[in-house]
Design a protein around this ligand. Structure first.
Ligand code: PEP
Ligand code: MG
Length: 883
């Protein structure tokens, strides 16, 4: 096998497309070198060596030593130097470089090859003893830190001590002689700590550094990072060894970093910073303030320190030409590192630059206009999830954060407000013009008005599909859910958390994108939707196959979703329509009624309200498909909780409060999410389905008249496990359709379908499809029932599962394509086997998650449905998965 690839002097053995073997950095160094850019010569030890190293008890392949020695001499020839030579020593940098850049690994050792003898050669050669000894002491510090594992503070202390005793402030004030003294101290420090001297043999230094890079692949930090970002452990890292060039050789030397376009706005102007007479780590360390590269940026920033453009115009012009060459070559915005040694420019790194969502959009759209990218390629350049940044306010990245605790990032956006503990308090505050954050252990349907009134919602219990999370996402409101360390004390109006106390009325900020809870009001950035957004979404819509619908029940949500491009409603949760104002009382009457007649009385009160709701939705959707789900209430959410609420219902029903209390107690369930909900309720009380079907058909007839567009309602039966359940409910629906058509003298087309939320429904899909014209995968419940993990309690232990590596992601956020996905595949195949034209969609929260959407494309679903604010994300993700 070939273990080592050289580059430099206008040629290279590797290339950009060999990233898997050479790592990102190595592949791009090879590519730049082959393009003829000035890259300091060097070589890359491949990722396969890393794999070999771990498969063979941390040893190296036999031929590696030789290959490295040869590569070193090639680099020597190219530079006119010899590694370890006492007259013309070659100095190198050693850097790690995996396929993707990865924090937590050994980063860089510079100036390797320096020792007590070679340092003198460098001093002679450059005529700058101060520079030579400064480089040597940097090397000892860096090597001791990253290779020998010594605490760099101890070295800093020696340095600070020297400066203090000699009344110096800057490192640059230290003379060559003084550095020599400090170097001796550094060396004895190493010897004391390790009981052996600092390695003087350059070969030993080099192999020490190579070993440190490979070992750093398995540090706990690197392992954790890989787990969080789904990076396989067997990718391994490469090692890049490269001839040193010096940005710290005096006033004609410099080092810097740059982006070919502005990474926060996307503006097509070079953007970067540099330092004169400095080495790479100085720019990152932040001790000196870097200067702007371009004159334009300097003027805009009103800075008085000169730009690179003004200071070193020739090197700048050359750099600028490489920037545009590399951008054209890679067809993407690049993030670059460079060094200028005595006026000569060297390119040290290029890679695709990280960018904000706004910049990603602008760059993608601009590059199509510039002819650099096709529209299809441009679609792939924007990460769908990042669009969230554009739709919600976000915390200013420059703002200071005092983080109290972190919960689940349940609904994106950030909000500040005073703590309130009840929905009524939130509503009162809103009426008085005050902003609040509603803090609850968990929310229930009764909190809808408070959630509307508050700026954001914070709960201490519940997961990503908890009531708070689902409803907040639908409203586009920030929500942090399941912040388990919060001890909420409603009675005393305080929250205890990690030894601190927050009181009702205290201002806090929640960040629904990260799950952070912060004290005080934190500066925010407001969202803006640029023209680029519309352009890119237009391209996405042209290439995607799946439709994108929305989960919505209020006219408000439906309108927002249409503005975001929704092509219909995929899920209208009718129980969510029952929480507003007086309706909840009628719903409670219905639930608590002892007799069918009592239930019918209550239902009669609800009918006109439902009819009005549906008419509005049909009108807003103007002929687009609307899926209405029949009542699916986890009953416990509806039962009156307080005596007050009980009395309210009793009064409305003209019933005795004590009797009602008994009835409510009798209805209480041990496991309500697996209890009397979904179609089970409709089987017990067919009059509910009848009322809802009537409301739907009457609304359809009315809306068809006002809009002039045909309305074809899709009526969906929840939580079906048996064909018989669906058949029974279907009978009521069909009978009601006949009745309404006869009464109104109109024909109404409609479809009846079912949710697939239970493993049994997936398995028996062939049978069930005989009675269902469509399936919608309710993956919230399907995940809950497949895993047997309660969707509302999962948060308390899933974190541990993720930390321990049992689960990579929360399956309530990102579809478990392996297990739940297999059930979806089975249901799809079997459903189609008995009804080939069956319409298939998804309406669980996964319908708005990009990786889950890719799965939906792979099984060939017809549409995904998600909350309004995720519609743009779903459009883009659907397009990417179709390409
Ligand atoms: C589901 O279970 O995925 C679903 C959409 O229904 P709900 O969240 O209302 O139970
Ligand atoms: Mg469900």
């Amino acid at each position: 096998a070939k273990w080592v690839y050289t580059f430099g002097n206008g040629s290279a053995e590797g290339a950009a497309d060999m990233r898997n073997l050479l790592g990102g950095k190595g592949a791009n160094l090879a590519e730049m070198s082959a393009l003829g850019l000035p890259v300091p010569p060097g070589f890359t030890i491949t990722t396969e060596v890393c794999t070999w190293y771990y498969e063979h008890g941390q040893s190296y392949p036999e031929t590696l030593k030789n290959a490295v020695a040869q590569a070193l001499s090639t680099v020597g020839t190219a530079t006119g130097r010899v590694f370890g030579d006492p007259d013309r020593p070659l100095l190198v940098s050693v850097r790690s470089g995996a396929r993707v850049s990865m924090p937590g690994m050994m980063d860089t050792v510079l100036n390797l090859g320096l020792n007590d003898r070679t340092v003198e050669a460098i001093a002679r050669e450059t005529g700058d003893a101060r520079f030579a000894y400064d480089s040597y002491r940097r090397f000892i510090q860096m090597y001791s830190d990253v290779v020998l594992g010594l605490d760099h503070h101890e070295f800093e202390e020696v340095l600070e001590d020297h400066k203090e005793r000699n009344d110096l402030t800057l490192d640059t004030d230290i003379t060559a002689e003084a550095w020599q003294g400090i170097i001796e101290k550094f060396k004895s420090l190493v010897e004391e700590e390790l009981e052996r001297p600092f390695p003087q043999d350059p070969q030993e230094q080099l192999w020490g550094a190579i070993g440190a890079v490979f070992s750093s692949w398995m540090t706990p930090r690197a392992v954790t990072y890989r787990r969080l970002h789904e990076i396989p452990g067997d990718w391994g890292t490469a090692v890049n060894v490269q001839a040193m060039v010096f940005g710290n050789m005096g006033e004609r030397s410099a080092t810097g970093v740059a982006f070919t376009r502005n990474p926060s706005t996307g503006e097509n102007t070079l953007y970067g910073e540099f330092l004169v007479n400095a080495q790479g780590e100085d720019v990152v360390a932040g001790i000196r303030t870097p200067q702007d590269i371009t004159e334009k940026a300097r003027l805009e920033a009103g800075s008085s320190s000169a730009s690179l453009e003004a200071l070193m115009p020739e090197a700048f012009a050359e750099f600028q030409s490489y920037c545009s060459q590399l951008e054209k070559h890679y067809m993407d915005m690049q993030d670059l590192e460079f060094t200028i040694e005595n006026g000569k420019l060297w390119m040290l790194q290029t890679r695709a630059g990280k960018r904000t969502a706004k910049a990603a959009l602008k760059i993608a759209v601009d590059m199509v206009a510039e002819g650099l990218l096709s529209e299809e390629k441009a679609i792939g350049r924007v990460e769908p999830g990042a669009l969230d940044q554009l739709l919600h306010p976000t915390i200013d990245p420059k703002a200071e954060r005092d983080i109290v605790t972190t919960g689940l990032p349940a609904s994106p956006g950030a909000a500040s407000g005073a703590i309130v503990f009840s929905s009524d308090a939130a509503e009162e505050a809103k009426a008085a013009g005050r902003k609040t954050i509603l803090v609850r252990v968990e929310t229930s349907p009764e909190d809808i008005h408070g959630m509307h009134a508050a700026e954001g919602i914070l709960t201490s219990r519940g997961g990503m599909t908890s009531h708070a999370a689902v409803v907040a996402r639908g409203m586009g409101k920030p929500c942090v859910a399941g912040a388990g360390t919060l001890r909420i004390d409603y009675r005393n109006g305080v929250i205890n958390v990690a030894g601190r106390q927050l009181k009702e009325g205290d201002t806090i900020t929640i960040d629904g994108a990260t799950g952070q809870v912060l004290t005080g009001e934190v500066a925010m950035l407001q969202p803006t939707l640029s023209g680029d957004f519309g352009i890119l979404m237009g391209w996405a819509d042209r290439v995607r196959r799946m439709k994108v619908r929305t989960n919505a029940e209020t006219p408000q949500d439906a309108k927002v979703a249409r503005d975001f491009g929704a092509e219909g409603i995929g899920l209208c949760r009718t129980e969510h329509m029952f929480f507003e104002g007086e309706r909840i009382i009628a719903v409670r009457e219905m639930i608590l009624a002892e007799t069918e007649a009592g239930r019918r009385d209550a239902l009669a009160k609800l009918l006109p309200m439902q009819r009005k709701d549906f008419t509005e939705l049909f009108e807003i959707m103007h002929g687009l498909p609307v899926t209405i789900r029949l009542l699916d209430p986890p009953l416990h959410e509806f039962l009156p909780k307080s005596d007050e609420e009980l009395e309210e219902v009793a009064k409305a029903m003209g019933a005795d409060a004590d009797l009602l209390r008994d009835r409510a107690l009798a209805l209480e369930e041990f496991n309500p999410m697996l209890g009397h909900r979904g179609c089970r309720l409709l089987v017990s009380y067919p009059e509910i389905a009848e009322m809802q079907a009537r409301a739907i058909f009457e609304a359809a007839a009315a809306a068809a008249k006002t809009t002039g567009a045909p309305v074809v309602p899709e009526i969906m039966v929840p939580l079906v496990g048996l064909k018989g359940e669906l058949d029974l409910v279907r009978q009521s629906i069909d009978a009601m359709a006949e009745a309404v058509m006869a009464e109104t003298g109109t024909t109404i087309s409609f479809q009846v379908g079912t949710m697939v939320e239970l493993p049994r429904a997936a398995l028996k899909a062939a049978e069930i499809a005989q009675s269902a014209e469509f399936f919608s995968f309710g993956t919230n419940d399907l995940t809950q029932t497949t895993f047997g993990i309660s969707r509302d309690d999962a948060a308390s232990f899933l974190g541990t599962y993720q930390r321990r590596g049992i689960m990579e992601q929360d399956p309530f956020v990102s579809l478990d394509t392996d297990g739940v996905g297999e059930l979806i595949q089975i249901a799809t195949d079997r459903g189609r086997s008995s009804r080939p034209e069956i319409k298939l969609g998804i309406c669980g929260e996964h319908g708005g998650d990009p990786s889950s959407i890719a799965f939906c494309e792979s099984v060939g679903l017809d549409y995904v449905s998600c909350s309004a604010f995720r519609v743009p994300i779903a459009r883009l993700a659907a397009a990417q998965s179709a390409l």
